[in-house]
Design a protein around this ligand. Structure first.
Ligand SMILES: [Zn+2]
Length: 427
């Protein structure tokens, strides 16, 4: 039983790898025995000749159903974009639309080698349904906003409590996360409430932090604290928390995050596109040991779930900002979508080793864009994009092979997404 990947390239060796029980069972230089080393004969043998075997990618911050709003209202000021385009369209979203949008987003992820996303949105049951159908892992954040309104607080607390009660129904590869949206949409007493609720149930937390200068200014005016200290004052910081953005930070704030073991999800493309005014300061964050992973944010502000694009932007912008070509070299950049998020989200080491989860991709680097192949990681970060992904495997299940989706009908997913997008923008 299991899957055998024969004669693929791992680093600079040709190996045969067996997958069993959702994990990597063996990695051998020579072809294994007829049973593939996986018991009573493999269920499937994949020809890996000419393909590189790598860990599958992990996306640290998404709003997956916003795939329906890709390209809808680009090139507008942030305020106009949100008020005139995104929020009116989101107000029309039903669970069915979110399901269709999630299927579209997950399809794009699988095609570009991503099998895990850390999500914040509504209708987590419908996003979980899409994740189950397409076979990917997800941490699904049940978003919470109260906007200082007791009626909203009652409504959203009810939603979150219902999600917590039903979390076991989400699926084997899906975990519920609690997601206070941001300090400017969640009252201090609810920051504490939701953090305590998460910890009482052993759930992770996910929020936005210091995305704009206005957020920082308003927080200091209202509470006399910068945003990170405000989260700390209300018990939100911890090793189970992911904070997205961290654009407007001071060194002491990164130190506070590092001390608590909190993970930062850095979203370079979304920050550049929405002109959030600053950019995460790599040296400042790394000087104190902050854990950083990459995310795409929603596709409405990116406009892609392809983490290969995100890698290139991250590496280039940090070099440019620091005027230092040695900053964030390719191998380190690659860790931001593999080993770092794997450890941060409790998904193994994010490496291709025996015993690790069988979350793997085979990439085809035979095309002109990655020729002649002097350095694998340089090619992955600076030259490749998601189209090099040939096969995507999650928990030992082949989701895509030879660039063909195996777990659902791709044309049907695209049709459903177009219909849902039409409904929400013409509403
Ligand atoms: Zn976001």
């Amino acid at each position: 039983m299991g899957i055998v990947i024969r004669d693929c390239t791992l680093d600079d060796r040709v190996v045969t790898v067996t997958l069993s029980g959702g994990h990597i069972a063996s990695i051998e230089a020579a072809a294994p025995d007829a049973d593939g080393g996986a018991g009573a004969g493999p269920d499937r043998v994949i020809d890996g000749r000419g393909l590189h075997l790598l860990p599958a990618l992990r996306n640290g911050h998404t709003h997956v159903a916003m795939a329906l709003l890709r390209g809808y209202g680009d090139d507008l000021p942030l305020h106009t974009w949100l008020h005139d385009r995104i929020w009116p369209a989101e107000a029309r979203l039903t669970g069915d639309h979110i399901h269709a949008g999630a299927r579209l987003g997950i399809l794009e992820m699988i095609r570009s080698g991503t099998v895990f996303f850390n999500e914040m949105y509504w209708h987590v049951d419908r996003i979980a349904e899409a994740a189950r159908e397409l076979g990917v892992r997800a941490h699904l954040g049940s978003a919470f906003f109260d906007m200082g309104d007791p009626e909203r607080e009652r409504l959203w607390r009810g939603n979150v409590e219902r999600d917590v009660e039903r979390r076991d129904e989400l699926g084997d590869l899906v975990e519920l996360v609690l997601a206070p949206h941001a300090i400017y949409t969640v009252s201090p007493h609810n920051l504490r409430w939701i953090s305590e609720l998460a910890r009482a149930h052993g759930l992770r937390l996910h929020t936005h932090l210091s995305e704009t200068e206005k957020e920082v200014r308003d927080c200091v005016d209202a509470h006399g604290l910068r945003p990170t200290a405000h989260l700390d004052a209300h018990g939100v910081l911890g090793p189970d928390l992911t904070v997205a953005h961290c654009v407007w930070m001071e060194p002491g704030e990164f130190e506070m995050l590092a001390r608590h073991g909190t993970t930062v999800a850095h979203n370079p493309c979304a920050n550049l596109k929405l002109c959030t005014g600053g950019f995460l300061d790599w040296r400042m964050a790394k000087a104190v040991g902050t854990r950083i992973v990459l995310g795409t944010d929603g596709v409405a502000s990116n406009n892609s779930f392809d983490l290969f694009d995100e890698l290139k932007f991250a590496a280039l912008v940090h070099k440019h900002r620091a005027d230092d070509a040695t900053l964030l070299p390719a191998r380190e950049a690659w860790s931001l979508v593999t080993s770092e998020p794997s450890r941060a989200f409790g998904l193994g080491a994010g490496t291709v080793e025996v015993g690790e989860p069988a979350d793997l991709i085979l990439v085809d680097l035979s095309g002109p864009e990655t020729c002649p192949g002097h350095d694998l990681h340089s090619d992955l970060v600076y030259a490749a994009n998601g189209s090099v992904v040939h096969t995507t495997i999650c928990a030992g299940r082949v989701l895509m092979h030879d660039r063909t989706l195996e777990v659902a009908d791709e044309a049907e997913i695209l049709h459903g997404a177009r219909e849902a997008a039409r409904a929400i923008v013409s509403g």
